[in-house]
Structure formats: C-alpha cells, structure tokens
Design a protein around this ligand. Structure first.
Ligand code: NCD
Length: 313
C-alpha cells in the first residue's frame, strides 16, 4: 500500500521534512502498535538489546513517560537523563554530552531542548537515531503525529476537514508540527489567536489566519487548543489572562456555537480556566486523554520503524 518500506532518515526531526508516505507509514504502524498495547501482556521482543536514552532539557510528563512505555513494549532498555542531574549544569556542551552517550552504546537519543535546532545538531554528530521530542518554538513531531492519529481515529480522515489551531501560535512547536503534517494530508488549517501571538508570515506555511474564534468555531470539525507558553514570553502579549480566556478560551457557552460532532484537543498540560474551562476539558467533545493514549502507540511505532531494522533485525 505504501510506496516506502521504511523511513528514509535515521532520525525524526520534524514533520516538515518527511513525506506523506512516511507519515502514513507511521500512522499505520501506530494502529498495529495500539492493538499490541491493548493485549493483556503488551510486550514484544523486537528491540531486545537496544538502548534508548531520553535527554530532556525541559520539563515533561506525557512525552517522556510515553517514550518509556513505548520502549518497554518493544523490550528495549531506556535511560532517562534530565537537565538537573546531567553535567550540562557543569558546563558540558551538547555535543560532548552526546559523544559520551554514544560511546556507552546507545542506539537512539530522544531529545527535548529549549533551543530550536538542537536535535538537528545532535543528529549530525551521532550515527544513532535522534527523535525530536520538542525543540524550542520549532517542532514537536511526535505530538503532531499523535494529534493527527487521534483526528483520523475520530474523524476517519483529515482530508478536507476544517482544523482550528487556537492560541499561542507564535511560541508553539505543537502548532508548527500540526501545520506541516495536516497540510500534507490535505486538511484545511486555520490558526486563530490574538495578533500578538500569530507569527508574521505564518500564511506561507499554507494556513489561513483568523482573530475571531466565534466566527471560525461554527463549521470547525476539529479544534486543537494550545497552551499559553508563559515560559517562552519575555513581555506581555495580551492584557490579561482573563481577557485572553474571554476571546480565545473554550467555555460551555462558546461550545454551543460549534458543531455537535466537533472534537476538542489539547496537547497538555492544560491551564484550566485559561485555554479551556473544566466544563470543556472534561466535557463530551474532548478527546484529550485519547491523545495521551495514542501517544504511546505513535512513539512505539516510531521506535519500531527507526530501530527495528538495525543490525539486520
Ligand atoms: C507540549 C510541549 O512540551 O511542547 N506538551 C507536550 O509535549 N504534551 C505542549 C506544551 O507544553 O504546551
């Protein structure tokens, strides 16, 4: 069915750089992995003897935990290195850290970094596979893939579907990975937010810009809400959080304008009362915990595709 038998690169650095066939291969593999994960004993020996290292320079709950679970499903070993316990705080460079991890015999480095491009730099300096688990504002490809996986699971396809990506587009790597992936699969993507949080030239990525959530919500099939990235803002991008929530948050009242079959997504962590009221976050349209479940399947698929074929396995 797919023209590609495997992924072309040893790394997954972004959805900007991979083909539609590769995206479909990952999604198809993730569907198979989801079935394995649902078994009473969710474990296969495929990556026995492989070693994965997660190298996270920013906080994470879902992403790191799901990579750990994915590794265990495939019987790989996994070691977690975090900024506050690594020699980076003693001044070691990123490349030196990676060279040291390499000679310990790891096969894959999963990296999250506050600098856009850090995973690309690592990938150039190692023969091992590198997976970008979020780099600055740039990309978060596994989040984009699990979002698209969930959209297809709920809506059959994303082709021709109207997808709103709402909020802090400027500082969101989740938005960028969603945009690259969804455009490749033929969705109609609209980014919605206050002008200060919409980056200049975003239309060149193939999206429409809107500042009016109430106008866009009426015929949306999918609404992907983004977290306000307060840690990435050095000045006030909007007058107050209350005002932001009033215009760009989802609450019960605003949801009455939406289609009855709309789905509401959020990558987490949610700022309850800002992006979503609890009524919406826990309400009938939300698929937020499905996204988290699917994150394990998508990451299992990626580890399988990137590492499964190595050493003639
Ligand atoms: C996202 C991230 O870290 O980019 N979180 C995640 O991986 N689930 C989104 C966010 O922090 O807003």
């Amino acid at each position: 069915m797919n023209k590609v038998k495997g992924l072309k690169s040893k790394d997954l650095l972004g959805l900007k750089d991979i083909s539609v066939d590769e995206i479909n291969l990952i999604l198809e593999t993730a569907r198979a992995m989801k079935e394995i994960i649902a078994r009473p004993v969710p474990k296969v020996p495929t990556l026995l003897g492989k070693h994965i290292i997660t190298l996270f320079y920013e906080p994470s709950t879902r992403t790191r935990t799901s990579f750990n679970m994915a590794a265990k499903v495939l019987s790989a070993n996994i070691t977690n290195v975090a900024l506050n316990t690594s020699s980076v705080i003693k001044g070691e460079t990123l490349i030196d850290t990676v060279k040291n991890l390499d000679v310990m015999g790891c096969d894959c480095i999963v990296v999250r970094h506050n600098m856009g491009g850090a995973p690309h730099l690592i990938a150039k300096n190692t023969h091992n596979s590198v997976i970008n688990a979020g780099d600055g504002f740039n990309e978060h490809p596994t989040q984009g893939l699990l979002d698209i996986f969930t959209m297809i699971e709920k809506k059959k396809s994303v082709k021709g579907k109207k997808v709103l990506i709402v909020g802090d587009i400027a500082h969101s790597r989740v938005a960028r990975s969603n945009i690259w992936g969804l455009n490749k699969l033929g969705a109609e993507v609209v980014v919605v937010g206050p002008p200060t949080l919409i980056p200049k030239g975003v239309e060149e990525m193939g999206v429409r810009v809107s500042y009016n959530l109430d106008a866009e919500i009426k015929d949306a099939d999918i609404i992907n809400m983004l977290r306000i990235q307060r840690e990435r803002m050095d000045k006030g991008f909007f007058p107050s959080l209350e005002e932001y929530a009033e215009f760009f948050g989802l609450n019960g009242e605003r949801m009455k304008k939406a289609r009855r079959d709309v789905i509401v997504m959020h990558p987490g962590p949610i700022n309850r009362g800002i992006e979503l009221t609890s009524e919406v976050a826990d309400g009938p349209y939300n698929v937020i915990l499905d996204q988290v479940t699917n994150g394990v399947a998508v990451r299992t698929a990626l580890l399988f595709l990137l590492l499964g074929g190595k050493n003639g396995n």
